[in-house]
Design a protein around this ligand. Sequence first.
Ligand code: ADP
Ligand code: MG
Length: 337
Amino acid sequence: MKKLFLISAAILIILLCGCSSQQEIVERDIFALDTFINIKLYGGSEEQANLAQESISELEALFSVTDEKSEISRINSHAGESVAVSDDVYNVIEKAQAVSNRTDGSLDISVYPVVKLWGFTTDERHVPIESDLQSALKNVAYSRISLDETSKTVTLESDMQLDLGAAAKGYIAEKVAEKLKSNGVESAVLSFGGNIQTIGLKGGQEWKIGIKYPNIGDNFGVLSTGEASVVTSATDQRFFEENGIKYHHIIDPKTGYPTDNGTSSVTVVCKDGATADSLSTALFVMGVDRAKELYLNSSDFDFIILTEDGRVFVTEGISDNFTLTDEHSDLSVEVVG
Ligand code: ADP
Ligand code: MG
């Protein structure tokens, strides 16, 4: 009898231990940066989740282009003058400019006058009048943004305006991850819409990240990765339809129109969050052939590109970590590199 009691007690303890390790996942849903954010801390605490939430709010206040008090709005309302900014804003602009230089302006953070005409930041979405578009395009030129490293100032030419929407989320996710790590978090996944930032490993194993099939909505592939930024740009994140034509939010800065080159989604894997985010937008605009060329001349990122006609391109740095899902096992996969 006593033996039976001891065995039952042992089973109970094992069950309780099992439960408590389950309970150690602290999860938080937040709406910020115009996107749904989900934070999962494995072995974390509510205090750490609070810290992440506060950190996101603080950073959003610097970067939001629709908040008149943000640093970005200050740069925009003082075009023609030098504006001193925080290290965070300076760093993102510097990293985005580096990607613009590497991609011949496929990413251009001065595209905001054009994005505004399409209504993507105000939710009054519509096809702009051609002459408005052409005059807005005259003010899109990343090479006319001046940065001064010593004084940490940013200077736009008059009539220019910045939008860090293509780069800031990746930076913020990485920055929040750094803060969590310095506060003892060893395992976590932060999901900012299409931006995933991981910390450490999940139970000693690599994270499994689903790569979404745009418009269909399920995953076409799964990527396993350690700590990294995994950022996806896709046509179904922000779009509208007018006269039966679909217009999405990734603009080709050379034409002022939504990119239309057969790309459906671009996922970039990179250690650096702002670079991952900037590259996901830039590679989308470049299309698969130019993206391949850039990859072959770089060593700091990998990508997964899905085209509208169902071809998947995966760079060799991550090809062993990528698998198609059963539902989409008919897609053709080409390894790049
Ligand atoms: P999301 O914001 O949906 O994660 P992206 O990172 O690809 O997607 O950024 C797209 C946003 O960046 C757009 O909503 C727009 O504000 C801005 N944008 C669009 N095209 C460009 C571009 N070519 N270069 C820089 N910013 C862009
Ligand atoms: Mg981006």
